[in-house]
Design a protein around this ligand. Structure first.
Ligand SMILES: NC(=O)c1ccc[n+]([C@@H]2O[C@H](COP(=O)([O-])OP(=O)(O)OC[C@H]3O[C@@H](n4cnc5c(N)ncnc54)[C@H](O)[C@@H]3O)[C@@H](O)[C@H]2O)c1
Length: 448
């Protein structure tokens, strides 16, 4: 740090030009933020022969990772993590000194009022800035709306490093990882990169070409790269909202939305299937559109489409509760004081991630209405109140399948009936509707 300061002062007094060497090899990579995004990347970089410093502000988490304990990795990643000798895990920011490249993978959530919370990103940039040396590369992978790199990340880096932005390389390469996806991993998903200048974009793109077995697309500006990720996730949110709206309309009309979407998918062009459900969760799709909405408003533009999509998707847990209340009424039971088995708590199959999960919204809303909820999620046992499907179902009036975990997809009407459960709300339309219709268990899907 003191040496960096001396270098800066010398340069200032000697009027020397900033020096960045775009050819200097990158041998040490620091990954800042070791969650769903950062940890798999750090493991991959180590497996490619880089010396990797994995830094996380959470000392407890860092100690667990140092002991190679991480529940959210795929089997392949977990095996590579155990073997990753070149990967050092730390929560001491001093260990970040001297890296050739810093990749920032910290959360970008929203506040309770749905406004973007950029404080983790700003804080991570300040931390990196305190150790940044002239000529190093900084890449932000965290999801941000256009202009955040220029207006938040770069000023924080400049302020704490004392360097001007022309003295280091800076790029944005939004992460597209899809936890729990057996086909696409951090190694194989194509990436886009935008830089503060052409040299930065190229240097970052070359680093990712060395890390990944996937196409790297270079964009002309940081803003374009930032916009790519926003558009991808808003696209999903809007399309899911469209089918959720259709599901609510078709529910009244007695049309099975799933049959309609499957049939529409036989058109070989111009149609993409999305399916309705209890809602949209995770750290990306229900969050990122708010960044774009806020950015639009700052520029005097109202994203009416995105606002409507958010409203529809965040209303789906309450639509599900209405479907449940209807079904109970059909069986001459009231929602209040009923006993409900909630199968699945995480926001998507195969993972235990509860962030923004609609299942949690359903659970909390039911409990507020005086319902006794017994929950089971094989990937989130720490949050479950039952240890098995059977335990959750025992004595319940109805069950809601809120997550389509593989463990639930083969449940038959008998599995419910033998515990006296007379209603199934198939919140992911993932069970065998026809089998239920032939049974005594009342089946209601979302739009079917
Ligand atoms: N989870 C996904 O599926 C996914 C997919 C694509 C993109 N993203 C984006 O990637 C970013 C990271 O998401 P994630 O899911 O990995 O989050 P995460 O919460 O799993 O992990 C983030 C980590 O960063 C650490 N951290 C927070 N502030 C820090 C700081 N100032 N310095 C160092 N470490 C800090 C936290 O302790 C945590 O371990 C977000 O912007 C997210 O939108 C996530």
């Amino acid at each position: 740090m003191a040496q960096q300061q001396l270098q800066r002062e010398w340069r200032f007094h000697s009027n020397s030009a900033p020096h960045r060497d775009a050819q200097k090899p990158i041998t040490t990579v620091a990954v800042v933020g070791l969650g769903y995004v950062g940890l798999p990347l750090a493991i991959l970089a180590a497996s490619r022969g880089y010396k990797v410093i994995g830094f996380d502000i959470d000392a407890v988490k860092a100690a667990q990772l140092d002991a190679r304990e991480a529940a959210f990795l795929s089997d392949e990643e977990a095996a590579a993590f155990k073997k990753a000798k070149g990967l050092t895990i730390t929560s001491h920011e001093g260990d970040l000194a001297g890296a050739d490249a810093y990749i920032i993978c910290v959360p970008t959530p929203v506040h309770d009022n749905r406004l973007p919370d950029l404080s983790p990103l700003e804080s991570a940039c300040k931390t990196v800035g305190r150790h940044l040396e002239e000529g190093a590369l900084v890449v932000v992978e965290s999801t941000v709306n256009p202009a955040v790199c220029e207006e938040v990340a770069l000023p924080a880096l400049e302020k704490t490093s004392g360097l001007a932005r022309a003295e280091f390389f800076f790029a944005h390469c939004p992460e597209r990882i899809n936890p729990g996806d057996p086909r696409w991993s951090v190694r194989t998903i194509p990436r886009v990169v935008g830089g503060i200048d052409a040299e930065s974009a190229e240097r970052a793109a070359n680093l990712y070409r060395a890390l990944l077995d996937a196409e790297i697309v270079t964009l002309r500006t940081l803003k374009e790269a930032e916009a790519v990720k926003m558009v991808e996730n808003a696209f999903r949110d809007v399309n899911i909202a469209f089918v959720n709206e259709l599901a609510m309309a078709f529910d009244k009309a007695g049309i099975d939305i799933v049959n309609v979407i499957r049939a529409a998918s036989t058109k070989p062009f111009g149609f993409l299937p999305f399916y309705p459900g209890v809602g949209v969760g995770g750290h990306c799709i229900p969050v990122d559109p708010y960044y774009l909405i806020r950015y639009g408003r700052k520029n005097g533009f109202e994203h009416r489409f995105l606002v409507t999509a958010r409203r529809i998707n965040s209303g789906m847990p309450f639509f599900t509760i209405r479907v449940l209340a209807d079904a109970l009424r059909q069986k001459r039971k009231a929602l209040k004081r009923s006993k409900i088995a909630l199968l699945g708590l995480s926001y998507k199959p195969g993972v235990g991630d509860l962030r923004e999960s609609p299942a949690i919204v359903i659970r909390d809303a039911l409990q507020k209405r005086g319902v006794v909820v017994r929950s089971f999620d094989p990937h989130a046992l720490y949050e479950s109140t039952a240890r098995s499907v059977e335990e959750a179902l025992k004595g319940a009036d109805a069950a809601i399948a809120a997550t389509d975990h593989a463990q639930f997809r083969d449940l038959s009407p008998r599995d419910f009936a033998k515990h006296g459960v007379g209603i199934l709300i198939d919140g992911r339309n993932c069970l065998d509707k026809e089998a239920f219709e032939k049974s005594e268990v009342l089946y209601r899907g979302i739009g079917r």
